[in-house]
Design a protein around this ligand. Sequence first.
Ligand code: R5P
Length: 310
Amino acid sequence: MKIFTGSSNPQLAAKIAAYLSVRLGDSELKHFTDGEIWFKYNENIRGCDVFLVQSTQPPAEHLMELLIMLDAAKRSSAKRITAVIPYFGYARQDRKDRPRVAITAKLVADLLATAGADRVLTMDLHAAQIQGFFNIPFDHLYASAIFIDFYEAKEIPDLAIVAPDIGSMKRARAYSEFLGASLAVVDKRRPSQNISEVMNVIGDVKGKNVLMVDDLIDTGGSLTQAAEAVKKLGAKDIYACCTHGVLSGNAVEKIEKSPICEFVVTDTIPMKPNVKSDKIRILTASSLIGESIRRIFNEESISSLFVNQR
Ligand code: R5P
C-alpha cells in the first residue's frame, strides 16, 4: 500500500497515513513559471496498491493536480489506483437544472476515470446518485459515523433535527432516528447561484434545541438563514454540523453573527489559517477514511462501518 497526497489537504493525508501506520509516499509537486503543474513519484510504485488523497475544493488546480497524479501513477505501472477524494468538488452541478448548462459532476467523473482512477473513495457526496456517473467501483462514506457519536455524547435534551433544505431531508431523518430526536425541514428557494431564501419551516421547533445537518457549507447563506428562521419560531440552542466546510466569502462572519451556538465541521477541506471563531469545532475524518483504505486494501467490507447509519 502506498499513500500520496497533492496540495489540497496534506494535513488530512498525513493523519490518514498515521492511522494506517504507513509513511506518506515521497513525491514532488512543482509549478512552471506560467503556473502549469508538474508532478513526480520519487519512489517505485510498480505493482503497488496506490491511494491518492486529494480533495477537489476550488481552485480547479486541485482537480488538475489529481488528474496529473493519476496519469503519472498509471504510467508508472501501479497495480491499482484509488482516488481518495474526501471532498468531491463540482458535485452540485449534477443535472441540467436549466437549459444550456453543463453537467460538470459527470465531466469530472469522466476525467478521473480517463486519467487512470481504478476506483474512488469519497464522503457525503452532495447527491449520492453521482456514483452512477462512474463505471468503476465507488465507495461512499457517511460523516454521520463521526457526528452521531459526537452528538450522542452531548446528550442534548428536547432535540429536533432540522434539514436546512429539502435536499438534506434524507440525511436529517437518519440523524433523527439515530439520536431519537424529532424532525423539521426548512423550505428553501434558490433564485440564483449562492443566493437562498427561506420560505417556510415544516415541523415543530418551538422550545426545542435544534441540530441542523448539511453536507456542505459554502457562503453560509442556507445554514444561517435557516438558523434565523428556527430562532424566530422559538427554538432554544441551535447547533449545526456540516461535512465539508467550503466556507467561501464571509461565511465565517455569518456564522459568528448567527444564532448558531456551535458549528461542527470535518477536516475534508482544510480550514483557512486566518479563521478565528470560538463557535467552530473541527472533527477529523482521518480515522474513517484511513479505516476504509485499510479495508479496500484487505478486501474487507466497508458498509459494515455504517451499520444502523446512513
Ligand atoms: C444545498 O443543496 C447544500 O446542501 C447546501 O445547503 C448548500 O450548497 C450550501 O450553500 P451555501 O452555504 O452557499 O448556502
